[in-house]
Design a protein around this ligand. Structure first.
Ligand code: PEP
Length: 253
């Protein structure tokens, strides 16, 4: 079975203490994960070391950065490099979240750089893609997402691309309470897999986890994750509520 992932995206929420309490609540639930299942917490940079140390004794639980720089090192005040993340043993980084694309003008080309630097540092990029509402309404979402994949990921070799996770997040569903239907999610995930297959072949495409993101909740996670090409979720709002995220973890295939 392909790797299945429940990824929490705390965004710019929670104080350090609140973060510790939320993590404790989730870990206290003692959810046994199967070998193919992972739980990932994408937390603010200052919390990464704390989260990593809390997860040290847990199997298949990981901390993730929510971003990293597209530059290797140097005079880029305020930036955090992939190498810095590697140096504190971070194994995952969310790359290209739609909020970063929109508010921080991240381009597909800059994301190609970020993904390359992560992979070089042994960090799995959770590469976010997804269309805005006007594109969905125009019915051109497949082309839109294909371009995001091509411009950011298609410079990698077969060996390198196998180290990524993709998160399909339709922007119209993020933080809006409006979830894609299971049909819409499955259709786009299968399309993304077919695009990967066209470039890298069936074996590579079959192995890459594709997460769904966009108002995943305790009540709809099971139904979404049951879709054959949906390999878990990237979860914002509901990941801030311990009981809800616990249910979402339990919903993994
Ligand atoms: C996200 O932050 O990636 C996200 C999908 O948020 P929400 O679950 O709140 O829609």
């Amino acid at each position: 079975m392909r790797t299945q992932i429940a990824a929490a995206n705390w965004k710019m929420n929670l104080t350090y203490r609140q973060g510790e309490e939320l993590l404790d609540e989730i870990l206290d639930a003692d959810i046994p994960l199967e070998a193919h299942q992972r739980v990932v917490f994408a937390v603010p940079f200052p919390y990464l070391i704390m989260v990593n140390s809390e997860l040290a004794d847990e199997n298949n639980y990981f901390a993730a950065a929510q971003n990293c720089s597209d530059k290797r090192s140097g005079a880029y005040t305020g930036e955090v490099s992939a190498e810095m993340l590697q140096s504190i043993n971070i194994r995952y980084a969310v790359i290209g979240h739609s909020e970063r694309r929109e508010y921080f003008s991240e381009t597909n080309q800059a994301l190609a750089q970020k993904a390359a630097l992560c992979l070089e540092a042994g960090i799995t990029p959770i590469f976010c893609c997804g269309e805005p509402l006007n594109i969905r309404e125009a019915g051109t979402q497949n082309n839109y997402v294909k371009t995001q994949l091509e411009e950011s990921l298609f410079g990698f070799s077969e060996g390198r691309i196998s180290g990524i996770v993709i998160a399909y997040e339709p922007i119209w569903a993020i933080g809006t309470g409006k979830t894609a239907t299971t049909e819409q999610a499955q259709e786009m995930h299968a399309f993304i897999r077919s695009v990967l297959e066209g470039k890298y072949g069936a074996d590579v495409a079959e192995a890459i986890p594709i997460l769904y993101g966009g108002s995943v909740k305790a009540g709809n996670a099971k139904e979404l994750f049951r879709c054959p090409d949906v390999d878990g979720g990237l979860v914002g709002g509901a990941s801030l509520i311990g009981a809800d995220f616990i249910k979402i973890i339990h919903s993994l295939k």
